[in-house]
Design a protein around this ligand. Structure first.
Ligand code: SF4
Ligand code: FES
Length: 273
């Protein structure tokens, strides 16, 4: 251990690892030791093909087993490895160290979420919001199993596919200034998922969802900063989904004034909106 608490790795030379190292400044939060977040410094071997998650795994396996963080798939699919990397929300399994080398890399828990331990945040708030927006197929009546699957044309799938790519990584919430100020805001991913099901030809829950997203802390809270779409690793474009939901909610209100006894709208109408 070096002065100032820095932990220095000496060596690890071999055919695959050169002499180069890179510094990682890792945020630590140990609730049993007090409420403050602090940083530990580590030096890890540097290779061009290493991602930030590799560096964290190196630290955990070789230097300090107490560093706590989430990861699973290591291929940008599970959404569990989101952290602030040099102050930007990123998936650590697809952020290469070479973007930063030779500068050090600062790794912190995702902004705007309570921290449970070190780099692990509490996402329960998002799960509660999802429950309210019903991002699943809602049917008035389910068809009997004997009638087979609900079939869709490729065009019908195309309408919502982009919005179905969400991996619940929460990078968009970490980047959202509205969520930072108003945690009640449903936020980008939950609203994008609601929009995804509104576009699905098998779904009949659109009216219910449009009502749910029209509350003060729903789509109208979004000021269209657009950072959610910038940081999204899956090109879901939640900012666009929210703006389209605003149009759909407004159209629904206008239609209900013109046809107060109701008018049937379809996913096709939503797409047009
Ligand atoms: S919308 Fe994008 S950034 Fe937000 S949770 Fe889904 S995949 Fe992650
Ligand atoms: S480990 Fe699964 S997305 Fe990064």
């Amino acid at each position: 251990m070096a002065a100032g608490g820095a932990k220095i790795l000496i060596g690890m030379k071999g055919p695959d690892v050169g002499d180069a190292t890179i510094g990682l400044k890792v945020a630590r939060y140990r609730p049993e030791h007090g409420p403050s977040l602090y940083f530990d410094d580590y030096q890890v071997p540097y290779r061009e093909d290493m991602v930030v998650l590799d560096a964290l795994n190196y630290i955990k396996d070789n230097i300090d087993g107490s560093v706590t963080y989430r990861w699973s798939c290591r291929m940008g699919v599970c959404g569990s490895c989101g952290m602030m990397v040099n102050y930007v929300p990123r998936l650590t399994c697809s952020t290469f160290l070479r973007e930063f080398y030779p500068r050090p890399v600062v790794v912190e828990p995702l902004e705007n979420f309570p921290v449970i331990r070190d780099l692990v945040v509490d996402m329960d708030d998002f799960l509660e919001k999802l429950r309210e927006l019903k991002p699943w197929i809602v049917r008035d009546h389910d068809s009997p199993i004997s009638s087979g699957e609900y079939l869709q044309t490729p065009e019908e799938v195309d309408r919502y596919q982009q919005f179905s790519m969400c991996i619940n990584c929460m990078l968009c919430y970490a980047a959202c200034p509205v969520y930072a100020k108003d945690p009640k805001f449903y936020g980008p991913a939950a609203l994008a998922l609601a929009h995804r099901y509104n576009l699905d030809s098998r779904d009949q829950g659109r009216d219910e969802r449009l009502e749910a997203v029209s509350v003060d802390w729903g789509v109208w809270d979004c000021t269209f900063v657009g950072e959610c779409s910038v940081v999204c690793p899956k090109d879901v474009d939640p900012a666009a989904a929210i703006q389209r939901s605003k149009v759909a909610a407004t159209t629904k209100t206008m239609m209900s004034m013109v046809w107060p006894f109701g008018v049937e709208r379809t996913a096709e109408d939503e797409r047009e909106a």
